[in-house]
Design a protein. Structure first.
Length: 278
């Protein structure tokens, strides 16, 4: 039997496989796409696989809706951290990811905080196709101004607008994601100020589409606010699914995200779906 767990962070939902004791070496793109399909599979934005690690308490692998790998997933990291901390009775753990070693801990009010590591601001870090100022990246897309670009384990483009709700993200998101300027594609966030240290964010995630929340995207927005001098180092980022707190330290470049998690269900894959995993 292949067991799974379903969780979400502010509506950004995940299928989670706990394979610390062993499991398939990888999930192919066809299997990932089928599992993520909301009609033919279980349905999710991303698939998270927990594995044993020699360098941290656990390892977490991340697959997008289309089966492509992702280096970082903030909401998913909070979910996995809560799951593992519940299992081992601890209040803090370390997590190995493709983006580096992360630290997660219990915060006030039952929320989970994660140090998502340093925000990389160089053009090669994003990466961009050629050298340019990452504080003013011309996207060349009608309806979008220049973007602030950096990497939070995966590439992000943040565009500040007057009204994030008015942006046709379903149309502009895929254009930005597949622009030649971004050789690894990009996550696009459109952002508007809604109060002191508070910003409204809508996001198009590469390999997924519009999601209710994106943790690494919220981290990218928090860093962009500070880099552009638009707010303090600690801000509330309001997404379709709810709010996270983001604190970016421009000296260490580390970004900490704090937010809730929720359990949805657990279950066992059908024989057909389990066979697709190999």
């Amino acid at each position: 039997m292949t067991e799974f767990l379903k969780m979400h962070g502010l509506g950004n939902d995940f299928i989670i496989f706990d394979w610390r004791a062993g499991g398939p070496a990888a999930i192919g793109s066809a299997a990932a796409s089928r599992l993520a399909d909301r009609r033919l599979g279980i349905g999710c934005d991303q698939i998270l696989v927990i594995r044993a690690s020699d360098s941290a308490d656990i390892r977490m692998d991340i697959l997008n809706h289309d089966g492509s790998p992702s280096g970082a997933c903030g909401n998913g990291t909070r979910c996995v951290a809560d799951l593992v901390m519940n299992d081992n009775g601890r209040d803090e753990i370390s997590i190995e990811t493709d983006a580096g070693r992360l630290r997660a801990w219990r915060a006030e009010g039952g929320e989970i905080s994660v140090d998502m590591g340093p925000v990389a601001t160089g053009w090669r870090d994003v990466p961009l196709a050629h050298e340019m100022d990452t504080l003013a990246v011309p996207l060349g897309i009608d309806g979008l101004g220049d973007a602030v670009c950096h990497s939070v384990g995966n590439p992000h483009a943040v565009v500040f607008v007057d009204d994030a709700e008015a942006v046709d993200l379903a149309r502009l998101g895929p254009i930005a994601e597949h622009a030649a300027l971004f050789p690894q594609r990009v996550n696009l966030s459109v952002v508007s100020r809604i109060g002191d240290a508070a910003f409204r964010m809508r996001v198009w995630e590469r390999g997924v589409g519009i999601t209710m929340a994106c943790g690494s995207g919220a981290c990218a927005v928090g860093a962009a606010v500070v880099r552009c001098g638009l707010g303090p180092r600690s801000n509330r980022i309001v997404m379709d699914g709810g709010t996270v707190g983001i604190d970016w330290n421009p000296d260490s470049r580390h970004v900490v995200m704090t937010g809730p998690v929720a359990y949805v269900c657990d279950g066992v894959l059908s024989a057909e779906l389990a066979k697709m995993l190999g």
